[in-house]
Write a protein that binds this ligand. Structure first.
Ligand SMILES: Nc1ncnc2c1ncn2[C@@H]1O[C@H](COP(=O)(O)OP(=O)(O)OP(=O)(O)O)[C@@H](O)[C@H]1O
Ligand SMILES: [Mg+2]
Length: 278
């Protein structure tokens, strides 16, 4: 049985969860909230949304960490402009995450391999174990929020991540396309089964905006209304497909276009609300 005293949830999770709890906590860490960014589907913008969320929480004065739990397809180092950085020393007490501009603490497999393009050819259990180590053996220290960029899919690694970390909630990311929402539904069901609350949905690549007349053009079929109703999800924001989000790494903690930040406010607020209600 896990030690509930050292857990961010302080034993406030459900009875079901306590009975099967596999959570180990590092006594050097005091992380108030863990927020997963998930989809089930690949390539929909999880890493982009994770990075934006981390930057925006930083700008709001919180202490933030960003864990790249996509072990075989790590994209966070590039998104925070740290693709050339490697972890070269470890302390006896654990791995020390790298610090990006603005004080964002970051951990990724790509900080551990020789070259950015070296493939990680590990089987599921080893990958799952590394995700666990990213939680139990990384010295995150004092954090208000740890944002976890979840791997695509609902199998092995995603299950392990949800079993070994005490998530406060999940932000789901989707794009307005039937086939994608069908797969995102699987991730929603998975979170429910694992007793992790889904805080809401970010619809990414919702539209493109004409630079001349400002008209919003939908490129996918717009089925989100039915999807969120069916799954009882709150639509937190609709992000456009735009250059600002492609070039997130070049923005650092300087904010992206004001319209995008304004659209993202509901996501930030629902996450900040967790801290207020604690
Ligand atoms: N709103 C957007 N506008 C333009 N490009 C975007 C937007 N969101 C994401 N992208 C681009 O789409 C690609 C996929 O985004 P991202 O890596 O964030 O998705 P992902 O869900 O994390 O993918 P994976 O499943 O491979 O981890 C990236 O090249 C990213 O720059
Ligand atoms: Mg990703």
């Amino acid at each position: 049985m896990a030690n509930c005293d050292s857990c961010p949830s302080k034993g406030n999770c459900s009875d079901d969860k306590k009975e099967t709890c596999m959570i180990e906590n590092n006594p050097l860490n005091n992380v108030k909230h863990i927020i997963g960014v998930m989809s089930g589907k690949g390539g929909v913008g999880k890493s982009t949304v994770s990075t934006l969320l981390a930057y925006e929480l930083l700008r709001n004065g919180y202490k933030v960490g960003l864990m790249d739990a996509d072990i075989t397809g790590p994209s966070i180092p590039r998104l925070v402009n740290m693709q050339n950085k490697r972890i070269t020393s470890t302390s006896e007490k654990g791995m020390i995450p790298l610090t990006a501009v603005g004080g964002l603490k970051v951990m990724s497999t790509n900080f551990l391999v020789d070259n950015e393009d070296a493939p990680v050819l590990w089987r599921g259990p080893i990958i799952g174990n590394l995700v666990k180590q990213f939680w139990t053996e990384v010295i995150w220290g004092e954090l208000d929020y740890l944002i976890v960029d979840m791997p695509p899919g609902t199998s092995d690694v995603a299950i392990t991540a949800m079993q070994v970390m005490p998530f406060s909630g999940i932000i789901m990311v989707s794009v307005p396309q039937d086939m994608v929402s069908m797969i995102v539904s699987k991730a929603v069901h998975m979170a429910e089964k694992m007793n992790v609350p889904v805080l809401g949905l970010v619809e990414n690549m919702s539209y493109i905006q004409c630079p001349d007349c400002g008209k919003k053009i939908s490129i996918f079929e717009d089925n989100t209304e039915n999807f969120i109703k069916d799954k009882n999800l709150e639509l937190l924001c609709e992000l456009p497909m735009c250059k600002d989000l492609v070039n997130l790494s070049s923005k650092g903690i300087a904010k992206v276009n004001d319209d995008i930040i304004e659209e993202f406010t509901k996501v930030i607020n629902c996450v900040i609300e967790l801290d207020k209600s604690k």
